[in-house]
Design a protein around this ligand. Structure first.
Ligand code: GLV
Length: 388
């Protein structure tokens, strides 16, 4: 038959170099750029399984877990979120959601689509949970699991998780944690904090490309997966994926074709973190955050999160003075000054005055923080001059 659609005419797509200091994606480590162009890995070779093992070994360090059920999902952070929910809860079970940002809203939406019952308990978005906020809910509802975010990129808060696992154990609930913007940038100890399922993402403090998402399950979670009555979607099924990732020895099972550049890139970004070590990376992110926060005092802006204890080291949320528009502000900075930051999201979007600045991974250094401060100061004066 005749073709009814002609090939499109596509112009060059020029990409202007910018410094990526939004809530993600972050700039790559140079070793990640190199890794992305390495030879294609194929499933039938030993190199493929060496890369699989290398990634799993690095992830055990990065999550601080002795668990064997550690791998990476093909997909962005949302894949990890969906995988922990649909592998651990079945229709009719209850998920308690500790809500303070946009990600717990997403978790709630996902759970509902699986017929999971959801109960949401909230604290104001510029704060975090204390034991008294969660204990009565766990006692009354007896959920199968509790979902909570460690770092929240929509609010710029970090949740103290050191007490949450023990509390969940007391009430027989699994603890599911989102660490998309905290891993590598703030302390996280999966085993010591009794976390049952955790996922993160590659494009934040790991400074890699999006599209491959580390995930880990505790022994308790593993038991639930082995004995559950429901089948999650094929693509998310951890029972099958654990065999593709050789979690229990040399199974070399084929589930789906993983992306070789993303596998190489994740390995490279994890190796950066292992080489630097977790304590050094945590300390660097904290030092740069404090430097950035000190320099912000030169400007007529305010912290969205009033208590310094609740401020996320990787992402700072900043309120602009009355009359400024955060979307326009971020657009001016990206287009005129080549520094990307972003406006508020979820609870920080209404009112249009919140900015989110990420200093993570390769960009967590004083020089980049100073570049952001300068660009913000220049944008403030440009917007003042043009009467916004
Ligand atoms: C994405 O993760 C965002 O926080 O905008």
């Amino acid at each position: 038959g005749e073709l009814t659609v002609s090939p499109p005419l596509i112009d060059e797509c020029e990409v202007v170099p910018r410094t990526l200091c939004g809530p993600g994606p972050s700039d790559y480590w140079p070793s990640v750029v190199e890794a992305l162009t390495r030879p294609v890995l194929t499933f039938s070779t030993d190199e493929y399984f060496k890369v699989v093992d290398d990634i799993r070994n690095c992830l055990k360090y990065v999550f601080q877990t002795q668990s064997d059920l550690v791998l990476a999902m093909s997909g962005a952070g949302h894949t990890g979120m969906e995988a922990v929910i649909c592998n651990l809860l079945g229709p009719g079970e209850t998920l308690l959601i500790a809500g303070r940002g946009i990600w717990d809203d997403r978790a709630c939406e996902m759970a509902k689509r699986y017929g999971i019952k959801t109960v949401v308990t909230k604290v104001p978005p510029h704060t975090t949970f204390v034991e008294q906020d969660l204990e009565p809910m766990l006692r009354r509802i007896r959920p199968a699991a509790l979902f909570i975010t460690h770092g929240d990129s929509s609010t710029g808060t970090i949740q103290d998780l050191s007490w949450v696992g023990k509390l969940c154990q007391k009430y027989g609930a699994l603890l599911l944690v989102d660490t998309v913007v905290s891993i590598g940038g703030a302390p996280f100890l999966m085993d010591a904090w009794a976390v049952d399922a955790v996922y993160t993402s590659s494009q934040k403090a790991l400074s890699g490309p999006a599209g491959i998402s580390p995930i880990a399950f505790s022994k308790l979670a593993e038991r639930k997966i082995q004995t559950r009555k429901h089948d999650p979607p094929f693509y998310f099924d951890i029972k099958m994926l654990s065999k593709q990732w050789n979690c229990y020895g040399d199974t070399r099972f084929y589930h789906h074709t993983m992306s070789p550049p993303l596998m190489w890139a994740l390995r490279a970004s994890l190796m950066e973190l292992c080489k630097e070590t977790l304590p050094a990376s945590w300390a660097r992110h904290r030092r740069v955050m404090l430097h950035f926060h000190k320099r912000l005092s030169e400007m007529p802006v305010q912290f969205y999160v009033p208590d310094p204890m609740h401020r996320l080291p990787t992402i700072t949320t900043i309120s602009l003075p009355e009359g400024y528009d955060a979307v326009k502000f971020a657009k001016y900075m990206a287009n005129e000054l080549k520094v990307v930051i972003m406006a508020g999201l979820g609870p920080t979007a209404p009112g249009g005055r919140v900015l989110r600045v990420g200093l993570m991974g390769a960009n967590a250094c004083e020089e980049v923080a100073d570049r952001v401060v300068q660009a913000m100061a220049d944008t403030l004066s440009a917007m003042r001059r043009s009467k916004l």
